[in-house]
Design a binder for this molecule. Structure first.
Ligand code: SF4
Length: 234
């Protein structure tokens, strides 16, 4: 939720005229947004005490502030924020919310914020699939192909990760999307959903009913997360 709050403040900041996109304005927006944020059921459900609330605010503010380490907000030409894009990509109904659609030298640039740390170069390519799919959807729905897609990582290891949008890259991500779509359709048709264990099993909401996932978590960390009852327990 820290990331969601930082996203919201940046969304409102980047809707302002360029000269007003300052740190102090961001702080003012954060202050104005906070009362409705802390009254939200999802936030209340976190059950944060005053010290944890301060930590939440501090973490969110640091993420917001790091934007200035990656770009000069007052120099960005913003076409849209929170842009809802819908398109048919190789027969797959695709919908996404693009954090920001910028314009550079008259061309679209797809920009997405990430509140976590930038990935190591090894994982960079795979993280860009999402913004490349946004680029494909924008191209399909508007007829204008973005020239660049980028991720702005606002965590402690902040960095911009970007890629040139080429026909080959768009072809690769839309083919991958179509393959996944067909695999899901096939699994539904035959009612067979093979599990695929991995490091994220420990956070999976289905862990309580997934034997293989539980075995993977125990093999990795020695025990199950609190509250998860082994699926095979009587
Ligand atoms: S716990 Fe089971 S369902 Fe969840 S991610 Fe792991 S393998 Fe998949």
């Amino acid at each position: 939720m820290v990331g969601s709050f930082a996203h919201r403040v940046l969304e409102l900041l980047m809707q302002l005229p360029p000269s007003e996109r300052t740190r102090s304005e961001a702080k003012a927006i954060a202050g104005l947004e906070w009362p409705s944020w802390e009254a939200d059921d999802d936030y209340i459900a976190l059950g944060l005490d005053s010290s944890a609330t301060s930590g939440f605010k501090w973490k969110a503010w640091k993420a917001i502030e790091r934007l200035w380490l990656l770009e000069l907000p007052e120099e960005v030409e913003v076409e849209a924020t929170e842009q809802d894009v819908k398109a048919d990509l190789r027969g797959v109904p695709f919908r996404g919310i693009v954090d920001r659609l910028d314009v550079e030298s008259g061309e679209f640039v797809v920009t997405d914020y990430k509140s976590g740390n930038a990935p190591s170069p090894r994982y960079q390519e795979s993280r860009l699939s999402q913004v490349l799919l946004y680029a494909a959807a924008i191209a399909e729905s508007t007829g204008r192909v973005p020239t660049r897609a980028r991720l702005l990582y606002l965590g402690e290891k902040y960095r911009e990760v970007s890629v040139e949008v080429t026909p080959e890259r768009l072809d690769e991500v839309t083919t991958g999307l179509s393959d996944t779509w067909q695999a899901i359709g096939h699994a539904c048709d035959v009612d067979h959903f093979p599990v695929d264990t991995g490091p994220l099993c420990g956070w999976c909401p289905y862990l309580g009913m997934c034997d293989e996932g539980q075995e993977a978590v125990i093999a990795r960390s020695g025990s199950l997360p609190a509250g998860v009852v082994p699926a095979s327990a009587p």
